[in-house]
Design a protein around this ligand. Structure first.
Ligand SMILES: [Zn+2]
Length: 459
């Protein structure tokens, strides 16, 4: 018996930009995550979980379709040729619901695929804010930076506008909860929280509770400048403050997750697998920026991952290397559904009982964005290949090769490429093999598209 007949629900909680080393259960000094810490105690926590992509689009491609971003028809928008988890679960009789507020995860990027109910709402600016936004745009941002910053300052401090381009976590939890109440079980519910994403909004009450400086005038404007000031290094002092604000948002998300879990009630939770993870991490100056741009270093690829639910060992800490490519196959496995042929990852349930150390090679893929952060320009393609101790990063178009000894240099600062390390050849061979296969897949997909276009022409 599998699928919906099992009567088990799945709640998949994803959190944008959440670094594991900022959570209590991963050893962080600040009390950012009491709810998630408790969840880790009632389930299993993965210490070596990684995402395939260091930003939202490639990461969610791998999470939902269990395919590599560069394989087949690419990753954004989510191509119709890649079957998603929600489609599979819907086909198995689950009631499927997705709630998020990330611009890259909306209908225009085809993320509603397979969901019976899908919400991707954004905050609508009020009239006064719209007018100021208009003035900012017209003040020709690059030439009149001072004017535009002043307008931003007025906007944030006097119109009391909310600079976040997404819905806050408590709102997302409320929406999710109302679906749980309305939906018939069994359900697959995906909830995505954005509050740890730039521009970080200082959570005043939490900062004060921690004895830190609360929200102050102009801070949001400064934050915005930090993102835009991509060519200049951010000072130590600025990083300290950025982390305080980032942490206050994690606490806010944690509180909202608690509201959701408590609202669901024990009876429902007893029948629900809860998966919590991030789509990627966040950089705080480790490689020159604040945020998450197209790079494949561990501050962006390492993610938290917690799984709890019926039959999951309580308080287990699993050190096996797992990828977010494995999430969809794991959910399918938990629900005893036939494996999906196109899924490239594998279920991590075996990792829970296996004590032997695994030494898998995990792959990262991303298009390095062009200089303008939010430009739709496609940059170079970058791949990373890593086992537990070594990582190779390859950008063929820009002729960049990096090799890091992760055991002795976990911060990935000393590039050992070309110094005769044996692992360079081994990881490079894996890279070649993988990329050649992807090129073949892409060529086939181009041929398929041409054939379809030709057929349509004849009609
Ligand atoms: Zn993201």
């Amino acid at each position: 018996m599998g699928g919906a007949r099992l009567g088990k629900n799945v709640l998949l909680i994803t959190i944008d930009c959440l670094r594991p080393d900022h959570l209590g259960c991963y050893g962080y000094r600040r009390d950012t995550s009491p709810c998630l810490d408790q969840l880790a105690k009632t389930g299993c926590r993965f210490t070596s979980a990684f995402t395939v992509g260091p930003n939202t689009p490639p990461s969610f491609n791998s999470l939902f379709t269990s395919t590599y971003p560069f394989s087949g028809d690419g990753y954004s928008p989510l191509p119709g040729s890649k079957k998603g988890l929600a489609e599979v679960l819907k086909g198995e009789g689950y009631s499927t619901c997705g709630i998020n507020s990330n611009a890259f995860l909306g209908e225009s990027f085809h993320y509603e695929k397979g969901f019976d109910h899908f919400e991707n709402p954004f905050r609508e600016p009020g009239g006064a804010e719209r007018a100021i936004n208009d003035l900012i745009n017209r003040s020709n941002y690059r030439k009149l930076k001072g004017v535009s910053s002043f307008l931003e300052w007025i906007k944030v401090n006097f119109i009391n506008s909310d600079p976040r381009p997404y819905l806050p976590a408590d709102n997302i939890s409320r929406r999710a909860l109302s679906r749980v109440e309305e939906n018939d079980a069994p359900f697959f519910l995906w909830v995505h929280y954005m509050d740890a994403h730039l521009p970080y909004m200082p959570q005043d009450d939490i900062l004060k509770e921690w004895g830190l400086r609360g929200k102050n005038l102009g801070e949001m404007v400064n934050m915005k400048r930090l993102i835009e000031r991509r060519e200049e290094p951010v000072s130590e002092e600025e990083i300290v403050r950025i982390k305080e604000i980032y942490d206050s948002n994690i606490r806010f998300i944690d509180r909202s997750i608690q509201e959701l879990l408590e609202g669901m009630g024990e009876d429902t939770l007893d029948q629900t697998y809860v998966f919590v993870m991030a789509d990627h991490g966040e950089e705080f100056g480790e490689h020159g920026h604040v945020g998450h741009f197209g790079k494949l270093y561990d501050e962006l690829l390492r993610i938290p991952m917690i799984l709890s639910g019926p039959g999951i060992p309580k308080g287990l800490v699993c050190d096996h290397m797992v990828s977010n490519l494995d999430i969809s196959p794991t959910i399918i496995d938990l629900l005893e559904i036939e494996p999906v042929v196109d899924f490239k990852g594998s279920s991590i349930l075996d990792d829970l009982t296996c004590v032997e150390e695994s030494n898998e090679v995990l792959i990262g893929e991303v298009e390095r964005l062009s200089k303008k952060v939010f430009s739709s320009n496609i940059g170079d393609r970058i791949w990373s290949f890593r086992d537990r101790n070594w990582k190779l990063i390859r950008n063929e178009e820009a002729d960049i090769l990096e090799l890091y000894d992760l055991e002795n240099d976990p911060a990935e600062q000393a590039n050992l490429a070309g110094t005769g390390e044996e692992m360079e050849g081994m990881l490079n061979a894996l890279y070649r093999n993988h990329v050649d296969k992807q090129r073949g897949e892409r060529a086939n997909s181009e041929k398929r598209k041409l054939r379809t276009a030709f057929k349509n022409l004849k009609l």
